[in-house]
Design a protein around this ligand. Structure first.
Ligand SMILES: *Cc1c(COP(=O)(O)O)cnc(C)c1O
Length: 416
């Protein structure tokens, strides 16, 4: 064993707040990792915490202006029990497919709380959204016309909003969704004409959706994007010449995944948004405002537990080989749009109270060098049978990873 201070591996991301050791083990809602795995019947296992989700939403609401609604972006985590739970805590749901529409309907969420964005909506998806009364955020003129004709055919007044491809971007965001040519939304200068066409056709006008990016940790960048969003919405509302009932301001609030990442300062964001709303243009006086967040609400509230099957040595380096991997944790493996692979926060869950004592590679059980969960991580000495926890697993884990790769199949999931 080496003195922990000499362990110069690749740093791990920061363990999110709210995780503690109980009897030396990582615990969620008071239950240790071993107990959780026993309850679920085995590994690999995603565990999501009700308590951490509720706390996150409470502190977010406390920081944001009171008139701001908070929507959940279902694609971050559509696990049915999580959807049912979060429905009691958020004001609305943003979905991106007919499949997600079915999931929110199955979770008992009323369609008037649902809005449907996303490119390439099929006729059948538009029809089911119109039939149940969900709002559709139109991504193009042709989609708008298809929605109007489907609504006409089924004799239902459609609730329609327009997604705008903004003429600015969210600086420093992990995934840019605005600025320049994009498959998402309608270029800003084409929005007024389509809005007038929808109004003329008798659709229920639901306003605008402006989403500029994801995974921003800089309050200054979020504040700037929100100010740009309000200005763009005001300009478009003037040009449309009708009151704007609703403005979905996007989100993009990020969470720390990697060493050196600092949490987003939501009190700064909330204060600036409060000021911006207080000074908004007159044409936005009657507008309801919302933000839509995925990973910020649930990402840090989930862990992924996997068991060490084999401990081996190669050229003097330790490999901990687990029964999980990239097929459930594509993002943590570094294969979800990252250029340089960095380590997510990872721990030996049943030795959570022990200090690091060696450098080890944590890998999955897939036969590919892409299947890595942590490189050269400073960890307590782990043995076969121990449990590895990957943090920040509450968003873009189970359903954003190729579970069928190499015939592995899905992980277990539980909400505690
Ligand atoms: C993916 C997505 C979100 C959620 O993004 P997060 O980074 O998880 O908050 C919100 N809105 C739209 C339109 C999206 O495509």
């Amino acid at each position: 064993m080496t003195d922990a201070t000499e362990l110069k591996g690749k740093p791990l991301g920061p363990v999110p707040a709210g995780y503690e050791a109980v009897r030396g083990e990582l615990a969620v809602s008071g239950m240790t990792a071993s107990e959780l795995v026993a309850m679920a019947g085995g590994t690999p296992l995603f565990v999501y915490s009700r308590d951490l989700i509720a706390k996150r939403i409470r502190s977010l609401r406390a920081a944001m202006p009171p008139q701001l609604s908070i929507h959940y972006a279902v694609k971050a985590n559509p696990y049915s029990k999580l959807l049912e739970f979060i429905a009691g805590h958020v004001d609305g749901f943003d979905i991106a497919s007919g499949g997600e529409l079915a999931m929110v309907r199955d979770a008992g969420i009323p369609a008037d709380r649902v809005s449907f964005a996303g490119p390439g909506k099929r006729d059948a998806e538009l029809e089911s959204a119109i039939a149940c009364g969900a709002t559709i955020n139109l991504e193009s003129e042709s989609e708008g016309r298809r929605a109007l004709s489907i609504a006409d055919r089924i004799g239902q007044r459609p609730r329609l909003a327009i997604r705008v491809n903004p003429d600015f971007e969210l600086r420093g965001s992990g995934m840019k969704m605005g600025g320049g040519a994009k498959p998402f939304g309608l270029d800003a200068d084409r929005v007024p004409a389509l809005a007038r066409e929808l109004l003329g056709a008798g659709a229920e006008w639901r306003g605008l959706h402006i989403f500029a990016g994801s995974q921003a940790l800089s309050a200054a960048a979020v504040i700037e994007a929100q100010a740009n969003t309000l200005n763009l919405a005001a300009r478009l509302a003037e040009q449309i010449g009708a009151p704007l009932p609703h403005l979905n301001m996007g989100g993009g609030f990020g969470i720390p995944y990697f060493a050196g990442d600092m949490p987003l300062d939501i009190s700064a964001v909330g204060a600036a948004l409060g000021d911006a709303l207080a000074q908004r243009a007159e044409c936005l006086n009657e507008t309801q405002f919302c933000i839509e967040l995925g990973r910020y609400l649930v990402g840090e509230a989930g862990i992924y537990l996997t068991r060490i099957i084999d401990r081996k040595d190669s050229h003097g380096e330790v490999y901990l080989i687990t029964d999980g991997g990239m097929h459930h944790q594509l993002a943590a493996s570094g294969n979800f749009g990252t250029v340089v692979r960095r380590n997510y926060p990872v721990a030996i869950a049943n030795r959570f109270a022990q200090a690091p004592a060696e450098l080890a590679h944590v890998v999955g059980c897939l036969c590919t060098p892409l299947d890595r969960l942590a490189d050269k991580a400073a960890l307590p000495v782990a043995q076969e049978g121990d449990l590895v926890a990957v943090f920040c697993a509450g968003a873009y884990g189970a359903t954003a990873s190729p579970a069928q790769f190499l015939g592995q199949g899905p992980a277990r999931e539980m909400l505690v």
